[in-house]
Design a protein around this ligand. Sequence first.
Ligand code: ADP
Ligand code: ASP
Ligand code: MG
Length: 428
Amino acid sequence: MLIVKKFGGTSVADKERMLHVAGICAEEYKKGNDVVVVLSAMGKQTDVLLTQAEEINPNAPKREIDMLLTTGEQISVALMAMALESMGVPAISFHAFQAGIYTSKVYGNARIQRIDTARMEEALSDRKVVIVAGFQGINEAGDYTTLGRGGSDTTAVALAAVLKADVCEIYTDVDGVYTADPRMVPSAVKLKEISYEEMLELASLGAGVLHNRSVEMAKRFGVELVVKSSFENLEGTRVCDNTGKKSALFQLEDGAIRAAQSLEGTTMEEMLVSGVTADKNTARIQLTGIKETTKEIYHIFQRLSEQHIGADSVLMSPSRDKTTDISFTVPRDRLSETVEVLNRYSKESFSPIEIIAEDNIAKVSAVGAGMMSNTAIAVNMFEALHEASIDTHMIYASELRITVLVDEKDTLKAVRAVHERLIEKRMK
Ligand code: ADP
Ligand code: ASP
Ligand code: MG
């Protein structure tokens, strides 16, 4: 078997953790399996490097930021190779160039375009454990790029796809994917499995446990993905194609597996909520006074997309004066760029557009296949929010999720209330 194992920052934070992880990899290798290990930078090293950059130059060139950040992962892989060698396991570390990971040119948010597997395959056929620096790539200029925060997951899935690995295991500091971030909702329950689609929604809507692009890629290439703990040897959560799913399977603390009960007024088959998540990296944009609706909206989204700014939860509504209003969310850390793009556009647009930006809000979403077809979910969600006296500013629903915007200060309260109503109640 060929197994890709990825370990996040906390899992390789210090010498003890490194040696523990090396032990997990050595054990796999000794079973006769081929092992590819993808590592993140140790502990909070990426944040430390970003702070150093900020202190030297708050407007540092993005190329230099990537040059700096990629050092974090390189320390991890070299130390891991040394750790494995100390255990008598032959190992070799690769940075992006050596692993042949080529990306688009955008610094800070590059996309993997192709992987030249020759060196990795040669090392595997020499029976070496291959250890690859996550989060990084090389662009056409021959410079280092990074894949966006949390991007080591995507490196791991990409390697699993091109090397046709049997499984890609994402080891982290929680023992699987839970119905909500267990740090926010202590009563959250571990999922035994979750579909790619639902995991992609959760990851895109704030559940930091997996990089959303890793899930997208796993789905596209059919990579079997497992999220598990690097601290304890527990089963974890399988992210897979389970479109025929009739109910969410929860793993209870005693190890028993239980299917969720149906919500009142719904049948088991129709719909089950897999998780609740929040994203504070959210800002809302409202544009009013759009005259030539389709044409202008096309131009607006084209400008945003040129800057790689992803708009989410887009809503459009006609206004009394025959113009159109649209609202959407963007990542808060891209808000000033978004406003700049829109201001520039507004000056040359067909009609004066008023731009309102809000950044003291957060997105709270319930995710599960079949949302639209089940009105009871929305009713229950709003009842829970109402009972918790939480104001909602915008609602967006799709087949896979219901998202509401709430005041940032209400985030935790909202997640807990929705989780309690849509998930905990069904487990009883
Ligand atoms: P790593 O460094 O291993 O990549 P991350 O911090 O990126 O780890 O991801 C793990 C964290 O994701 C957990 O510590 C947990 O707080 C958070 N998290 C958010 N949502 C969820 C969820 N639904 N299930 C499990 N963990 C979650
Ligand atoms: N070290 C990078 C980060 O902190 C990548 C990763 O951990 O996946 O974002
Ligand atoms: Mg991560």
